[in-house]
Design a protein around this ligand. Structure first.
Ligand SMILES: [Zn+2]
Length: 741
């Protein structure tokens, strides 16, 4: 660990610096004068507090207000940093003790007023202490151009004369350009390093996306930015490797990505970093270990595949994008599950209750940011104490595509009724399946057809319903039982809504295309097609749901080109839908309403902004590539792997090697696992838990290459009732066969 970060972490409990902090600290440590303008709450004081703590020396802080000094001294002492103030309010006996402690080198920071600093005897005393820096807080007070001029600050004019070899840092949060210059001139700073820090980065485009199909979404983004260089931050070491592999495999190496994390050997990490800086590798899938000291100016995107733990980290990580000032993207894939996972880690770590509370509140601020419908810029800068007034900004998803609200009262009633009439409590997905009227084996034990809400929401996709169920949890109509299985319960508020006589209403946010709603993808198989990328995703999800229920492949329902055309021309009636290539009478009858239901809000929200090049969708070349079953590797649900389930009589794990990242394991498996799993899979009395364990095992087998052929995998998955994956395996088997011929 970087020694500065170690000090930061030991005393402040942060794992990373805020913007400007690190460079200011380093400049002071190398004896440079500094001028720092930074918004209130932006961590200015840390810049001068850390160096003396780090070097075990003394820093002098000149501050105009006694109350301010006292707060800072208390705050530092709380952190285990010895600090003191000398002012007229302190009894002389105590002052004597402080002076003695100063001489004994026990104090790291001494806060004093400008008046006292100006007296000759005091200057002499301070000189005898050999301070390592002098900080002038609220430095705008020295300028008569400032809004808060204080005559006593004038006495600081001679500070560089008195202490020519001690670095001086002048800090302020409020200074016009005129005042800035005045401060530097008045204090006679020597070649000062100037830091003017608004937190706004106008060239960064902020966007939060729903994390459904995150890998596919990232792939799609990369397809449309084939030249750009960027970082994709992942939650764990394993995630970085899996994602890098996924991107390589699914792009014919076009998106050649390398993983980077603390578990890799030093040389490998060094090489990866160098390759990235030299543009030999465009994409790095990394944990937060990546980025410190990377000064690559042309990072065009920073993607967070998972939720960061707090806004400070997030801001620092996205801060690596677009240092050259050119437009760059910051995309975060938000998933409430990540929040739960991070919460879990906070709760089980060894920090004090106080620290935990702080970390939890920081995490909540992070997730609030993701869920907020307000300008991202405003929320982000507001967090750092900066007021951002130019709303709407021109480059955040919320300003560019404000979320549409729809009346969700009827839907809410259906969902609540569904939850209430379940024979036992289940999670979101099963509720969604039941509401869609699914006949999936996953819910047979629930006797869904007996539920009055069965099939009441068949025109929405499973994903969409799950999202709305999530909103109902947030709005307090549903509760999640914290038993480790996240099952749903109806709340008091929910009951009240069901019993009320229609005088209550609920609004939902529309499924919005959070990225550019109109996409023209250059240089890819989608050349010349304009379409709503978000809608296309929704349509694909719906198609997947239908296919799963029918035990068939998605392309049997509609080909990709039909969906692209739908997302492009936005048909709103059956007649218009029939115009779409690949939509005949029968399919229109069977699926028309469901697909139209999904398209209509987009057509209403943004009336046909297209350039009419949908004809490109008819090009036949890309269809071939698109129907290849997507996952060449299945995601691995590693957090559930280490435990074995004795009742399954399958003991797959020979050895568990813990990695440094929490929640990930490396498994070595027994050879005879496959027949054993098959045997178990054929059991008719499998519980949900056993079924999900078997699934996990299959993921691992696929991962480790123990499952030799796709046909076999497909059979097993089919036996397990996991039709979706089974179909994918069968398709893959077909692909392989064709390839061999
Ligand atoms: Zn905005």
């Amino acid at each position: 660990m970087d020694p500065l970060i170690a000090t930061l972490s030991d005393y402040w409990g942060y794992s990373s610096f805020l913007p400007h902090q690190e460079s200011v600290v380093r400049e002071l440590l190398s004896n440079k004068d500094v001028f720092l303008l930074k918004a209130t709450g932006g961590g200015k004081s840390l810049c001068y507090q850390l160096p003396p703590v780090h070097t075990k020396t003394l820093g002098i802080v000149i501050s105009p207000l006694i109350s301010l000094m006292k707060d800072q001294v208390d705050d530092l002492n709380q952190k285990g940093i010895r600090a003191a103030t000398l002012n007229s309010q302190i009894p002389s006996s105590e002052q004597r003790q402080i002076k003695k402690d100063l001489q004994d080198g026990k104090i790291r920071l001494l806060y004093i007023s400008p008046e006292r600093f100006a007296t000759e005897s005091f200057v002499k005393f301070v000189k005898s202490l050999s301070p390592s820096l002098i900080a002038i807080d609220e430095a705008h007070c020295i300028s008569k151009w400032g809004h808060d001029f204080r005559p006593e600050y004038r006495k600081l004019h001679t500070i560089k004369k008195m202490f020519p070899d001690v670095p001086v840092i002048a800090l302020t949060a409020t200074a016009t350009k005129e005042v800035q210059k005045d401060i530097v001139d008045q204090l006679k700073l020597k070649n000062p390093r100037i830091h003017i820090g608004s937190f706004d980065r106008p060239n960064l485009r902020y966007e939060i996306r729903d994390a459904g199909d995150v890998n596919d979404q990232i792939l799609e983004y990369l397809d449309s930015h084939p030249e750009d260089s960027g970082i994709i931050y992942c939650f764990s070491q394993k995630n970085t490797e899996e994602l890098a592999t996924f991107l390589r495999l699914n792009s014919d190496n076009a998106h050649y990505a390398l993983p980077y994390h603390a578990g890799l050997k030093d040389e490998i990490r060094k090489t990866t970093q160098e390759k990235f800086i030299r543009d030999e590798v465009r994409i790095v899938c990394a944990t937060v270990a990546f980025g410190m000291g990377i000064d690559k100016p042309d990072i065009r995107f920073v993607i967070h595949a998972n939720l960061p733990k707090d806004i400070e980290s997030y801001y620092q990580e996205i801060g690596r994008a677009g240092r050259d000032g050119l437009p760059s993207d910051c995309i975060l894939f938000y998933n409430r599950g990540d929040k739960g996972k991070l919460m879990h880690f906070i709760k089980k770590d060894h920090f004090s209750a106080e620290r935990k509370k702080i970390r939890i509140s920081k995490l909540l601020a992070m997730s609030d940011y993701c869920e907020s419908p307000i300008c991202r810029r405003k929320v982000l800068l507001g967090y750092f104490g900066e007021d951002f007034e130019q709303v709407p900004c021109t480059s955040c998803d919320n300003c560019l595509y404000p979320k549409q609200k729809i009346d969700g009262t009827e839907l809410t009633t259906a969902i609540l009724t569904g939850v209430m009439n379940m024979p036992f409590a289940v999670g979101k997905r099963k509720v969604a399946l039941m509401l869609r009227g699914s006949s999936s084996k996953d819910i047979t034990s629930l006797h869904p057809e007996r539920n009055p809400a069965y099939g009441k929401c068949s025109s929405y996709s499973e994903q969409q319903l799950m999202k709305w169920i999530g909103e109902l949890i947030q709005l307090g109509y549903l509760q999640v039982l914290d038993d480790g299985y996240s099952v749903l319960m109806i709340s008091e508020k929910g009951r009240y809504l069901l019993e009320s006589t229609g005088d209550q209403s609920v609004t939902f946010s529309m499924p919005s295309a959070t990225e550019e709603p109109v996409r023209r993808i250059k240089g890819s198989r989608f050349a010349d097609v304009d379409y709503h990328a978000g809608l296309l995703r929704e349509l694909k999800a719906l198609r997947k749901d239908i296919a799963r229920e029918q035990g068939t492949a998605p392309y049997i329902i509609f080909h990709d080109d039909s969906l692209v055309e739908m997302a492009s021309v936005l048909p709103t009636t059956r007649e218009e839908l029939l115009e779409v290539r690949g939509v005949g009478q029968a399919k229109c009858e069977r699926y028309g309403d469901a697909f139209l239901g999904m398209i209509r809000p987009y057509a209403v929200a943004r009336p046909a902004p297209f350039t009419g090049s949908s004809g490109g969708a008819k090009s036949s070349t890309w269809y071939e590539t698109q129907t290849v079953p997507e996952p060449a590797c299945f995601p691995m649900r590693s957090e559930r792997m280490p435990e074995s389930v004795p009742e399954l009589q399958v003991e797959p794990v020979v050895e568990v090697v813990p990695e440094s990242e929490p929640g990930t394991v490396f498994l070595i498996l027994k050879n005879d696992i496959m027949p054993k799993i098959h045997e178990q899979a054929l059991r008719t009395d499998l519980s949900d838990r056993e079924r999900s364990r078997l699934l996990d095992l299959l993921y691992v087998l696929k991962k480790t290459g123990s499952a030799k052929n796709w046909d076999e995998m497909g059979r097993f998955l089919s036996d397990l009732g996991v039709e979706e994956l089974a179909v994918q395996c069968q398709l893959h088997a077909g692909e392989e066969e064709r390839a061999e011929q």
